[in-house]
Design a protein around this ligand. Structure first.
Ligand code: ADE
Length: 237
């Protein structure tokens, strides 16, 4: 996979690509480049944004700046770029990112990700250059960089070489193997701690029972059966 992230803060991604699980995927042939939106700006002083027409707070990333950055990087008109690769703008109002979208994007040979700052993008960027707008949650971050890392992390860990064990990503939360439910609870040694025992079934060695128990627990979590598994205060002992 070929991943390009257009950002005002390319150096943030130095840390991201140095993480072991990301490194593993990059070593296995995936390429991730952080491209500085300022590098090819047609404006003086590295300027990339402007005040919104009609007034209002904040600054908006300019369409000519994104046009120049994409043109310079791909050597093609960004209007036609989106017929050859997904071009994703990160925005709090986009399609909510989930495991299904991560899996869909992991099947793509190439992705371009645009990180906004300030009040976001001039809408003509979305209309003419972009295939998808994606949100990692209904809250507003100061920019798309952290959202890009979330998206890249979730996508990259689905690619070969990301995880130590090939099965690890198959039976994880929200996967088809678990019917889209969250993952079942895990326990490790000690088998009893401060009087809190590990469920007996997990120590039984009976793989059929363990599998049934895990499927049940995963489905119960999916149904929101226990507040302690999700939102809300932990249930009383
Ligand atoms: N940019 C700012 N907030 C965001 C969010 N919640 N998701 C994606 N991009 C964003």
């Amino acid at each position: 996979m070929d991943l390009d992230v257009f950002t005002l803060f390319p150096e943030w991604f130095d840390w991201f690509v140095a993480q072991r699980h990301v490194r593993n995927v990059l070593d296995a042939g995936t390429r991730l480049r952080a491209v500085d939106l300022r590098e090819h700006t047609p404006l003086r002083g590295g300027r990339v944004d402007d005040t919104p027409f009609g007034g209002g707070a904040g600054m908006v990333i300019r369409v000519d700046v994104v046009d120049s950055a994409l043109q310079a990087h791909y050597g093609t008109d960004p209007v036609t770029l989106r017929s050859s690769r997904r071009v994703i703008a990160l925005s709090p109002s986009g399609r909510l990112f989930d495991d299904a979208l991560a899996a869909e994007l992991a099947d793509e040979p190439a992705l371009t990700i645009l990180c906004g700052r300030y009040e976001g993008f001039d809408e003509r960027i979305i209309e003419h250059f972009v295939t998808d707008t994606v949100s990692i949650g209904r809250y507003v971050l100061s920019g798309g960089e952290l959202a890009a890392m979330v998206l890249c992390d979730a996508v990259l860990r689905k690619l070969p070489g990301a995880l130590g064990h090939s099965e690890s990503a198959v039976e994880e939360s929200f996967s088809d193997a678990l019917d889209g439910n969250p993952e079942y609870p895990h326990y490790t040694r000690p088998a009893s701690y401060r009087g809190w025992p590990v469920p007996e079934v997990l120590l039984s060695g009976d793989h059929g029972r363990i599998r049934r128990w895990r499927t049940e627990r995963s489905a119960a979590r999916g149904a929101g059966a226990r507040p302690a598994d999700g939102v809300g205060p932990p249930s009383a002992p």
